[in-house]
Ligand binder design. Structure first.
Ligand code: 5GP
Length: 192
């Protein structure tokens, strides 16, 4: 990694509004940022595209990549489901002269920060409350009740880590949260 190669990480409990903020960020400053496409073993959801939202892999292929040290970080984010950021994806984006935007879980964010330190900006999007989170996950309609409970349990744990991050953005007002995130990103990219 070269001294000026930076990484920006958006992390949040699922349902905190991270995806909306991520989409806005990429729309607003496409000349500076490029979304880092992770690999995962979870099933593709309707509306998702292989190679765009994720690279969807079998568990065997994923484990092969772990053995070959192809990941900057990887986690079993949910029981039996692997997610990881590849070295190749980071290099591809740096070679375009852009900064990779990672949408990864809290443990993954802490892990990347440990490896790359000052070159990483970690942003935690905090939901207003667990109740609002539950409402959003239910409305989204992509998960079963059991999955929602798993995600709520994980969210409760993740909120406990929020002070580990460079910036905490409370998402009680989406427009404000988006603007605050864009400011934090521009500020980080423009320095040194
Ligand atoms: P989903 O299955 O809803 O797309 O994502 C579940 C969670 O996995 C999200 O919190 C997302 O940020 C996280 N995630 C996605 N890609 C990666 C990755 O490459 N590494 C890690 N550690 N987490 C990831």
């Amino acid at each position: 990694m070269e001294a000026n190669n930076k990484i920006i990480i958006l992390t949040a409990p699922s349902g905190a509004g991270k995806t909306t903020i991520k989409t806005k960020l990429l729309e607003e400053i496409p000349e500076l940022l490029s979304f880092s496409v992770s690999a995962t073993t979870r099933k593709i959801r309707s509306g998702e595209k292989d190679g765009v939202d994720y690279v969807f892999l079998s568990e065997n292929d994923f484990k092969e990549k772990i053995d070959q040290h192809e990941f900057v970080e990887w986690e079993m984010v949910y029981p039996g489901l692997y997610y990881g950021t590849t070295v190749d994806e980071m290099k591809r984006i740096w070679n375009e002269g852009k900064t990779p935007l990672l949408d990864i879980d809290v443990q993954g964010a802490i892990n990347v920060k440990k490896q790359f330190g000052e070159n990483v900006l970690t942003i935690f999007i905090a939901p207003p409350s667990i109740e609002v989170l539950r409402e959003r996950l239910t409305k989204r309609g992509t998960d079963t009740a059991e999955h929602i409970q798993t995600r709520i349990n994980k969210a409760t744990e993740e909120i406990g880590y929020k002070n580990n991050f460079d910036a905490i953005i409370l998402n009680d007002d989406l427009t404000k949260a988006t603007n605050d995130t864009i400011s934090a990103v521009l500020n980080f990219i423009s320095k040194g």
